[in-house]
Design a protein around this ligand. Structure first.
Ligand code: ZN
Length: 495
């Protein structure tokens, strides 16, 4: 023990508590005071070292924590996917489920309760045990001359189901109905609400056996959510998220933009029985690759713009939709305008009379053979969209969304291929009107990009296809000349 520390120690001792006793007792021998002081000094040193070590460990733990959490998350995820992975005993005929069903060993989570071979049922649905140990998965299965289909987890499909790029309909008993018609199904979508007129719209939907998809603003959910969202859910409508306050998301930081959708989801869940929105739509249709990929939900554009916010004549607007809409279309409207609601009083019964079935977006997509995926933006599911490859920004329906994002460029000018439907069936005169209405509404940020006149002559610009091709970088760029300004200009249009 160096004696130069003694004064310090002594000082401390005199002012401090004599806590060194329990240690000093054993160690202090020949020297009395100095010995005790040395021992106390040793105790202090030890204490300092212990504190330092603890501090270092704490710091290291804090630094390592995120990594550990990530590793733990990955471990859990892989455990989940491992438990999900079925032990296939007979391969399905086709990986995408379009062939005959395969067979897999019945996992621990599923138990055979009824005779085998035979139907089994649990809280997830119906499945079919081929024997005590195996069941049918991922494909078609014929029984008593009826055709059924099992998904990749072995559960029986019902309703519209996309199988191998085709929409197939199964009734509530899972029986395939080859005659089911998806040619006149459309999706009505309503943005910027809910609002004071939303309940009137819900009345109309209910009376006409129709469904719609609502892209709601968080700030409106706060005001009108409690009186509208539970009813939307009850009527089988689909809930969408349109941000909290309708800012142009590309002008915000990604974090702030994601927060807008997050907070809106939480508000929606308050009134929907805990279920957040299943889809999103960016305000003004304005987005970029990063937002699209990080939002973690399918992003829905539209291919039939009613421009209802320009307050056209209610009857004319209704007729325009009824006469020009085609199966697979996504119709854009806003349930916050009284004029729109009056128009819908003609439009919804009119569409029904014309044989159109108004369904949710997910149902429309499934009926037309598409399964909606997160990180992809969808424009429409009409025959024209399908023929022109303009259903989504996902190339050929199989590319990873990363590739789609890569092909997309950063200007997000996806609008171009979309507008075609509206004027497809219109006369040149009608198209001219459409163009006019855009030009007149000069503040509209989309006036530049929605070049309806170009598309209305019936020539669905071939370069549109290219924009989603790998080689489409150039054409995307050339297109963005037309459209990028649309989504990046100061946003005033009422989308
Ligand atoms: Zn909007």
């Amino acid at each position: 023990m160096s004696s130069d520390k003694s004064p310090e120690v002594r000082t401390k001792r005199t002012s401090g508590r004599n806590t060194s006793g329990r240690r000093a007792g054993g160690r202090s021998g020949s020297k009395k005071n100095t010995g005790r002081e040395d021992l106390f000094s040793a105790y202090l040193k030890t204490a300092i070292v212990v504190v330092a070590v603890v501090a270092v460990i704490a710091v290291i733990w804090l630094i390592v924590k995120p990594f550990r959490m990530r590793a733990e998350k990955a471990r859990l995820e892989s455990a989940v996917s491992e438990s999900d992975a079925l032990e296939i005993t007979v391969d399905p005929e086709a990986e995408d489920g379009s062939g005959q069903a395969g067979r897999a060993r019945i996992p621990d989570g599923m138990s055979v309760r009824y005779d085998t071979p035979g139907w089994q049922h649990d809280d997830k649905g119906w499945w079919y045990a081929s024997d005590e140990k195996t069941f049918y998965v991922n494909g078609w299965f014929t029984l008593d001359q009826q055709e059924y289909h099992f998904d990749s987890t072995g559960y029986m499909d019902t309703g519209w189901t996309p199988i191998g790029g085709k929409g197939c309909y199964f009734d509530e008993h899972g029986v395939y109905d080859s005659a089911a018609d998806n040619s006149r199904m459309i999706a009505l979508t309503f943005d910027d609400g809910p609002g004071e007129y939303t309940n009137e719209l819900l009345d109309l939907l209910e009376e006409n056996d129709a469904k719609a998809t609502f892209f709601m603003l968080g700030e409106c959910v706060e005001q009108y959510g409690s009186e509208t969202i539970p009813r939307m859910v009850k009527l089988g409508c689909q809930l969408g998220n349109h941000s909290y306050d309708h800012s142009d998301m590309t002008t915000l930081s990604t974090g702030a933009a994601l927060q807008q959708f997050q907070s809106t989801d939480e508000l929606i869940a308050k009134y929907s029985g805990g279920v957040p929105a299943s889809l999103i739509r960016f305000p003004y249709g304005s987005y970029n690759d990063e937002l699209e990929s990080r939002i973690d939900k399918p992003s829905m554009y539209w291919n039939f713009d009613t421009q209802d916010w320009t307050k056209p004549d209610a009857y004319e607007m209704a007729q325009k939709v009824i006469n020009n809409v085609e199966g697979g279309d996504i119709v854009l409207m806003h349930d916050i305008h009284a004029n729109t609601i009056s128009s819908l009083k003609t439009m919804i019964p009119g569409l029904r009379e014309a044989g159109f079935q108004m369904v949710t977006l997910t149902e429309l997509a499934a009926a037309r053979g598409f399964e909606l995926e997160a990180g992809v933006t969808y424009f429409g599911f009409s025959d024209t969209d399908i023929a022109h490859g303009s259903v989504s920004d996902q190339k050929d329906g199989t590319a990873a969304s990363d590739d789609a994002a890569a092909a997309a460029g950063t200007d997000s000018s996806y609008g171009e291929p979309v507008g075609g439907q509206q004027t497809d069936g219109e006369t040149t005169e009608g198209a001219a009107e459409t163009t006019d209405s855009y030009e007149e509404s000069g503040s509209d940020d989309s006036s530049g990009g929605y070049d309806y006149s170009e598309e209305s002559d019936g020539s669905y610009d071939e370069s549109d296809d290219g924009s989603y091709d790998e080689s489409g970088e150039a054409s995307t760029e050339s297109e963005s000349g037309d459209t990028s300004s649309v989504y990046n200009d100061s946003a005033v249009a009422d989308y």
